[in-house]
Design a protein around this ligand. Structure first.
Ligand code: NAI
Ligand code: OAA
Length: 345
């Protein structure tokens, strides 16, 4: 029983790119330091656990403004490669970041029922700005995976902070939209009645409401079983996935475990790219010329310096073309709000 559980878990990870066994052996892979900022939170803790299980990580730096030594002590006892250190408070942030190859940011407040992601802007914009200022100073060459919401604004804030500091490299800044892909795969597999492990669905646009645009016309394996109404319902469920969790948690936060999984998948992909593993492709919200918007989520090829190539949208269905046009206004205003905040504060 135990062996078959382990076998099926490892098959799952292989299909989902978190293929730790084939990514290169722990001893052969280069030293990689990963820092998690907000490591004591709902996402931070399980994400710290998952990154501790990733043999590509040689050093894991867990930073928060609260309670990190406990989380770090706990995770550090797991007998895997990464050496874990905990850091707490402003004066330890520099040390937490020094030499990091990848910084993952789930710091900030989550939604409660009735709130939009944009309602988090007031608090999270300042948090992200402060953390990115420190990244520019202490590890300007690190890849940055932004989880903190509203991603449609926090990524442009990070870009502006890095520009001001003279360290901006558009190849190294990513808004993490992997959870949208994770949800689209799960919901599509359920509706199309196909095994979820083989499913892929690109999700483009941004990471809030209608700006989340799953491209089910490009889903693999393709399904003829889905009606127009099914596709409309699948699109809406993917767009509202975060709200579904916020409402189910009824005031106790938003998605944490599925987000930690998604963050670990995306972080692993970034590390594989840095290590020169070919053909690593994930969706992410990045600086883009795919549309007229300055930032946009689409498939990107990851490489040794971050984004190697931003891939185009491919052919869209009529429903998706309509979705693309209707998301642009909201996405642009969220981007502009982030830029304005960073330039004026
Ligand atoms: N991109 C995505 O798909 C998703 C994004 N999120 C977002 O992730 C963020 C975190 O969510 P949770 O972990 O559930 O929240 P949480 O409240 O459980 O944890 C946040 C952590 O950040 C820490 N923190 C606050 N200010 C900090 C600072 N200046 N430096 C370092 N740490 C700081 C807090 O002490 C806390 O431990 C939220 O903004 C949420 O909306 C959540 C789910 C999905
Ligand atoms: O909905 C939220 O507030 C958290 C989030 O971004 C998600 O779960 O996609």
């Amino acid at each position: 029983m135990r062996m078959s559980l382990l076998r099926s878990a490892s098959q799952h990870l292989r299909r989902h790119r978190c293929d730790y066994s084939s990514s290169s052996s722990a001893t052969a892979s280069p030293e990689r330091k990963v820092a998690i900022l907000g490591a004591a939170g709902g996402i931070g803790q399980p994400l710290a656990l998952l990154m501790k299980l990733n043999p590509l990580v040689s050093s894991l730096s867990l930073y928060d403004i609260a309670a990190t030594p406990g989380v770090a002590a706990d995770v550090s006892h797991i007998n895997t490669r990464a050496l874990v250190k905990g850091f707490v408070g402003d004066d330890q942030l520099g040390e937490a970041l020094e030499g990091a190859d990848l910084v993952i940011i789930p710091a900030g407040v989550p939604r409660k029922p009735g709130m939009t992601r944009d309602d988090l802007f007031k608090i999270n914009a300042g948090i992200v700005k402060g953390l990115c200022t420190a990244i520019a100073r202490h590890c300007p060459n690190a890849l940055v995976n932004m989880i903190s919401n509203p991603v449609n604004s926090t990524v442009p804030i990070a870009a502006e902070v890095f520009k001001k500091a003279g360290t901006y490299d558009e190849k190294k800044l990513f808004g993490v939209t992997t959870l949208d892909v994770v949800r689209a795969k799960t919901f599509y597999a359920g509706k199309a009645n196909v095994p979820v492990t083989g499913v892929n669905v690109p999700v483009v646009g941004g990471h809030a409401g209608i700006t989340i645009l799953p491209l089910f016309s490009q889903a693999t394996p393709a399904s003829n079983a889905l009606s127009h109404e099914d596709l409309v319902a699948l699109t809406k469920r993917t767009q509202d996935g975060g709200t579904e969790v916020v409402e189910a948690k009824a005031g106790k936060g938003s998605a944490t475990l599925s987000m930690a999984y998604a963050g670990a998948v995306f972080g692993d992909a970034c590390l594989k790219g840095l290590n020169g593993v070919p053909d690593i492709i994930e969706c992410s919200f990045v600086q883009s010329t795919v549309t007229e918007l300055p930032f946009f989520a689409s498939k990107v090829r990851l490489g040794k310096s971050g984004v190697e190539e931003v891939l185009g949208l491919g052919e869209l269905s009529a429903l998706e073309k309509e979705g693309l046009e209707s998301l642009k206004g909201e996405l642009l205003s969220s981007i502009e709000k982030g830029v304005k905040f960073a330039q004026e504060s």
